[in-house]
Ligand binder design. Structure first.
Ligand code: ASP
Length: 334
């Protein structure tokens, strides 16, 4: 008995010592994270080429000291409303039944969240997601329920399938072969993360998802923690690419948690991609058929990105202007 008591005492002391050590380490990392370098703000990042135009709209708000939440909503509404952007909102490619179903989510500096999935007939799912966040006791509405809510809120019911997308779908029906390929233009999401001049972070993510997906399929984009995550003390991250792979690792949340542990946005994105690489190999799947890209921003205004294979880029707008940056990637020699 005495021995057992002794053992418990020693173990308790050892655990306390380890806890103290890890607290000291964390504090050291924290000091490092929040050093005296001037914070570059406001700043906004968005996935893919269409992020350039989206950033312009977001910047109009950020430059007037507007809120990051308003900026990201306004930003992603640009590709959502553009019928020539065939992977987001109006004009998005349909599922295998010819139905355009949209996914979107939004998150603010207070960790308020809102999301819609498999929403039809509404041009701006991001604004419906924001209303879910602000006007309901819930965080996510899907399908019929999401549409019903949107209509109650005064959104207009519109046909979202454009001629070009319908033509492609009919062409696809001839073979009926569903094999989503990386980087070909049949999917792409706009994920946008921003820090406003008050230093607050928000993010938005919206997509029509994989073209010709099964009806009812939901990807990562409307899932908080997968397609998007914001922690106002640490940073924000968003994802694009094969949603199934992003969900598998809770991608955007993972990136933010890695930044919490002291990794730079760039290293955090790389680490998350490496997790996907490892799991793909473990599951004996072909990595060359997979594309996932992350972008991230921390509280110091530092940013980064990483993806599985070449071809992914993101737009960055800060006080030095708007530009497109190619993401570094894993599969260099394939
Ligand atoms: N992540 C989106 C989805 O899986 C598609 C994409 O970003 O390419 O629905």
């Amino acid at each position: 008995m005495a021995n057992r008591r002794e053992f418990l005492k020693t173990t308790a002391l050892a655990s306390a010592a380890i806890a103290l050590q890890s607290f000291q380490q964390n504090s050291a990392e924290e000091d490092n994270r929040f050093d005296d370098k001037p914070i570059k703000k406001p700043i906004v990042l968005a996935t893919w080429q269409f992020g350039m135009q989206a950033n312009q709209a977001a910047w109009e708000i950020l430059k007037k000291n507007g809120r990051a939440l308003d900026a990201v909503e306004a930003g992603v509404k640009i590709p959502e409303g553009d019928p020539s952007e065939r992977s987001v909102g109006y004009g998005g490619r349909p599922d295998r039944e010819g139905r355009v179903t949209l996914d979107a989510c939004i998150m603010d500096e207070f960790s308020n969240i809102g999301s819609v999935a498999c929403l039809e007939y509404i041009k701006h799912p991001i604004s419906v997601a924001r209303m879910v966040m602000e006007k309901t006791p819930h965080v996510m509405l899907v399908g019929e329920g999401a549409l019903q809510f949107a209509l109650q809120q005064g959104f207009k019911k519109e046909i979202l399938l454009v001629e070009e997308s319908e033509k492609e779908w009919k062409e696809w029906l001839k073979t009926n072969k569903y094999s989503p390929k990386a980087n070909i233009e049949n999917h792409d999401t706009i994920g946008m993360i921003a820090m406003d001049s008050d230093g607050n972070l928000s993010g938005a993510c919206t997509t029509s998802g994989m073209a010709f997906k099964m009806h009812g399929r939901v990807g990562d984009s409307p899932i908080i923690g997968a397609g998007l995550y914001v922690d106002n003390e640490i940073g924000a991250a968003t994802a694009t690419g094969h949603g199934e792979e992003v969900i598998r690792i809770s991608g955007s949340h993972l990136v933010v948690e890695l930044m919490r542990q002291g990794l730079s946005p760039q290293k955090a994105c790389k680490e998350a991609v490496m997790r996907i690489v490892k799991l793909t190999k473990n599951r004996n799947k072909e990595l060359k058929d997979i594309q996932v890209g992350f972008i991230a921003l921390n509280k110091k205004g530092e940013h980064g990105s990483y993806c599985v294979q070449g071809g992914f880029n993101y737009a960055l707008h800060d006080t030095s202007g708007n530009r497109l940056i190619d993401a570094d990637y894993y599969l260099k020699d394939e």
